[in-house]
Each structure stands twice: as C-alpha cells, then as structure tokens.
Ligand binder design. Sequence first.
Ligand code: PEP
Length: 245
Amino acid sequence: MRKLIAGNWKMNGLISSQAEIEALRGLTGEATCDIVVCPPFTLIDRAVERAKDSNLVIGAQDCHAQQSGAHTGDVSAEMLADIGARYVILGHSERRVSYGEDDEIVHAKAVAAHRAGLIAIVCVGETRHERDEGRAIEVVGEQLAESIPEGATGANLIIAYEPVWAIGTGLVPTNKQIEEVHAAIRHMLEEWLGDDGHSVKILYGGSVKASNAAAIFGLRNVDGALVGGASLKASEFAGIISAAF
Ligand code: PEP
C-alpha cells in the first residue's frame, strides 16, 4: 500500500509559515508517498492555494458534526470542503482530553466528514495506565468500534494509532508493541468492513522523527505516520517523507 505521511501542525503557524508549505510543495514532486498537511483553520485557505497543482494535500484538525447553525467558534466539514481541505483529523487525544470528546462525538464527526466528502483520519490510542494494565488493544478496539461510521471504506477512512503516552514525549512503543496493535486494528477492520478493511490505511503517530521513521515504516501494517512536532519544519518533515517507500 502507498504510504501516507500526515503532518498535524496543531495550534501553530502564522501567515509567515507559508514558507514551510512552499518548501513541502517542492518535496512532493519526487515523493513516493502521499503527503498531507493539516495546518490550523486560519491557514487552510492559503495552504490550499499554495499547494495547487502539486501533490501536496491539505487537511484540517477537527470539524463540527453539524452542517451549520448556532455553534459559536466551530467549523463544519462542509466549510472545510468548501475551502479545499480534503482530510480531517478526528478524535485526536488532545481533543478527547481538553474538550471531553468521546467516541460518540468522534463518530458523529466522522459521519459529517463523509457527508462533506472529506477523508476522516480517526485517532485512537491508549493511555500509559491502560497499557500498563495490559488493555491497549481492548481500549483501541472499543474506540474503533464506536467511532467508525457506516459506509466507511479504504477511500474515506484512515486510522491513526497514537498511544497517548507517546505524543510529544519522545517516547515510542517497541516495534513489537506497534505491530501488535496495528495487526489487531487490521483484523478488526477486515472483520467489520470486509474487503475494504484491507485498504484502510493505518498510520502510526507519537514522536515520529526523521531518525526513527524508517524503522517504523518497515513494520507490518504500518501504512504511514501522523506527525506532530516534527511536521512543523519542512526540513525535518522531509526526512520522514524520504524514509517512506
Ligand atoms: C500528534 O499530535 O498527532 C503527534 C503524533 O505528535 P508528535 O509527533 O509531536 O508526538
């Protein structure tokens, strides 16, 4: 499967950060993987313009479940599609923790993403405590079962396995731990989605850097990465992109 590398800029980036988009655009010509960047809402429009006529694709970091209405401060999936976003990250652990987003909300947002024609990148992952209790696969399985919408296919759904304890910490699970969880996710997807379960990409996320990317990309059922901190500088992100094959 062709690998996909997605960058999550989180709440970072000003108009001046367009230089990074420009630099990334330059990289996509030769890349052998798909490259997606998810800047904050304020930069999506400009990033889409900058990425025009290249293989760089722009996504968002969240959306509301409703199409429009009295939801102060929110942005709908339709609004994102309207300005040219193609992907949306949903259920990131920072949103689950900071905004109390549960699987029901993530499910509703994934339905909204599909309604608007966006590809949903649904994030799942266990906490340190849950892993220590030996419940990583159980927790991830529950999150997936409750958040994947009807009609999900390899063309409209991506799963990102992001152990909460590995995000922004420099800690990375062992190869065996990553392979175990990715194999379990693949198994569940095949059970629920049939043939489509084979083609849903499963990304790993959590402290991916240029220095560890090649080893992670070599693992079974790892179809790419969701990258936070290391996606902010095009030069570092380039190292991750070039490790994908
Ligand atoms: C993330 O926030 O999705 C993430 C993977 O962050 P980092 O790469 O910084 O650990």
